[in-house]
Write a protein that binds this ligand. Sequence first.
Ligand code: RUB
Length: 306
Amino acid sequence: MAELVHGTAEKIRRLEVQGARNVAIAAVKALEILAKETKAKKRAEFMKELSVAKELLFASRETEPLMRNAVRWILNQVEDSDERNVSELARVVSLSSQKIQKIFENAKERIAEIGAKRIYSGATILTHCHSSTVTYMLNKALKDGKKFRVICTETRPAFQGRLTAKEMLSLGIKTTFIVDSAARSFMHEVDLVMVGADALTSEGSVINKIGTGTIALLAQETRKPFYVVSELLKFDPTTLYGEYEKIEERGRDEVWKDAPTELDIRNPAFDVTPPHLIHGIICEEGIISPNAVTEVVYRVYPWVLH
Ligand code: RUB
């Protein structure tokens, strides 16, 4: 059974599935398949399979609390069930997986409705990396009749900005593509910065693709609003209890294949943007201050904190 989940974990690790939402959806779907195909006869055996799957998925990428919250929630639903029958437990996994995907879907819709209102005709929006939440919101603004332009950074080393640029073009949005280091040169053309998130911390910091923090500083320098577009379930509850959010460090080959072996190459996938650089977090509960994140998560998804 582990092989089934192993395949998904590998796709996540290799960035064949990228972006926090897509990663979380792939992970919960993998649990659903595991539940459908399990050969386990006893509850304990099935629980062991789920636990191994959880560890494999968690290890695929370090900075993905949305995936962790979702997987943990599904496992808790199974643990809380009194069922002994494996096929009934498998049903709990399927239903819970579908339920959490529905929560993601509703949040995405709500975020798009709220965020699209901040986009006005004639605006130029700078985004970094590829966030499905941001691109969906931009699509909604377009459907609402707004005419705007997008600037995408290429997002080295894995070039996720190309995904964003292609998606924008396919929607018919006027798009400019720049190298990451050109961001400062283009800030005077930007009206709004809108980026996604991988993790929200209890102190109101946001963790997103490497380079996001630099762009936030540029937005501050030029007094342009810097918005984070994110569902609340990207909150990492362990940060409330003192843990640091781990920043995934990826392989050197992504940065420079065949580089001199004695060269020290570092490749952090994400960086931290502190709350004082964030204008607002556009989430399913509205546009909130980064400092309000813990309270709002506690109100809407109290189970995340337990
Ligand atoms: C993707 C990235 C995205 C967030 C949000 O990094 O930083 O901005 O994950 O995406 P990577 P979404 O390509 O390394 O996964 O809004 O789709 O959850």
